[in-house]
Ligand binder design. Structure first.
Ligand code: NAD
Length: 371
């Protein structure tokens, strides 16, 4: 029996409610399998950690995250903590996790379940069955490059500077993540940059081309200018399988792709670090894209699908349990096909359920699929 260690960090607001539904799914897999089981640890993060310990995440919780096979994160933040010192604001907990675990690759799938195609901002035929993955570089580029400053010039005018920096190794490792993913999916990678106007784009293209030749000649590679990529995502999103891009373009393109799937409550994500040479596994954190939704927190209204699908990504990418991940995806699709909807994705003629109603329905479908 293999034991996988999971650290659950529900955080604040609806994170607490959606992680409770993930626990239901974990319990299902623990009851079913005699080859693998999940050992759960829990801790505080965000405002909840600040209230208990005066920091957004404790060293002890960080140590648990370092040891865990995967961290499943809910959400942090809320008006209650608007006045806490900047370094202890709830988001600082998530930023520390990303930094200390070295999570350089952000995976944002855009999947459009057929049952929700009409909720997309694009026409049904463009998005129905859409399944693409944006791989965004998360720890480099213009958000971190120095100098980063606003200076006052001699004439009294101000000048702001952000610096876009990428080194070979940063591009190599993110390209490898994209190629590895494409191998498990549709076998195609689009690399998006702006080599026509940016030196970092020139290097990005050069390095991705070299990694492709040496590491993944079996995968189809296409280079695309980031602005054209934005356009093509709206024109014909189903042409894409995996898109790999830098931090800034990835930030924009992944939000653009997200709009095709209907609701924030449907969007999972993963952040991956380097492969540990001793254990062969990557540090990894899985979280819904949405925040703590203070407007609906504590009311049992939150859609738990984004968080459950994030756990599904953990099954696939941290534990190599692809069949189980497929089961989670199928259970979600079936529940939607049957017309169950939380309020964020509610449509005429459908049946409204709350957070635990949706979690229970997914559990029921998992049991039916596994029977
Ligand atoms: P949000 O994602 O929390 O909510 C935006 C809107 O979408 C709200 O109306 C909310 O009710 C709705 N929504 C979000 N998730 C939903 C779900 N699962 N089911 C149903 N409806 C859902 O973003 P916000 O309102 O800008 O931010 C609220 C707080 O969350 C802030 O403190 C912000 O800093 C924080 N935040 C945290 C994270 C994170 O933890 N990773 C991400 C974004 C925002």
């Amino acid at each position: 029996m293999t034991t996988h260690a999971l650290l659950l960090l529900p955080g604040d607001g609806i994170g607490v409610e959606t992680i409770a539904e993930v626990e239901r799914v974990i319990a299902f897999f623990n009851a079913r399998s005699n080859t693998a089981r999940f050992e759960i640890d829990r801790d505080l993060v965000g405002g909840a950690a600040y209230d208990a310990h005066g920091v957004a995440i404790t060293d002890a919780a960080m140590a648990k995250a370092e040891r865990a096979g995967a961290v499943i994160f809910g959400s942090v933040g809320g008006p209650k903590w608007a006045g806490v010192p900047y370094q202890h604001r709830p988001e600082a907990g998530l930023l520390r996790l990303r930094k200390d675990l070295g999570l350089f690759a952000n995976l944002r799938p855009a999947i459009c379940y057929p049952a929700l195609a009409d909720a997309s901002s694009l026409k049904r035929e463009l998005v129905e069955g859409l399944d693409l993955m944006i791989v965004r570089e998360l720890t480099g580029g213009v958000y971190f490059g120095e100098p980063k400053e606003i200076v006052t010039l001699e004439n009294g005018e101000k000048r702001a500077v952000d610096t876009q920096i990428y080194s070979t190794h940063e591009i190599e490792r993110i390209a490898k993540v994209a190629f590895d993913l494409a191998r498990k999916r549709g076998g195609k990678v689009h690399s998006a940059e702006k080599h026509n106007v940016m030196r970092t784009g020139v290097l990005w293209k050069e390095v991705v081309t070299a990694v492709h030749a040496a590491y993944a000649p079996d995968v189809q590679l296409e280079h695309i200018l980031a602005d054209n990529c934005a356009m093509q995502l709206i024109r014909n999103p189903k042409q894409f399988d995996v898109i790999v891009t830098d931090n800034l373009f990835g930030d924009v393109l992944s939000d653009e792709a997200a709009m095709m799937t209907g609701s924030l409550g449907m969007l999972p994500s993963a952040s991956l670090g380097s492969v540990d040479p001793e254990t062969g596994r990557r540090k990894a954190l899985y979280e819904p894209v949405h925040g703590s939704a203070p407007d609906i927190a504590g009311k049992g209204l939150a859609n738990p699908i984004a968080t459950i699908a994030s756990f599904g990504m953990a099954l696939r990418y941290s534990f190599d349990m692809g069949a189980e991940a497929d089961l989670v995806d199928q259970a979600i699709a079936r529940v939607l096909d049957k017309g169950l909807r939380t309020s964020d994705i509610m449509q005429d003629g459908m049946t409204k359920v709350g957070t635990s109603g949706m979690g229970q329905a997914i559990e029921t479908e998992l049991k039916a699929l596994a029977a």
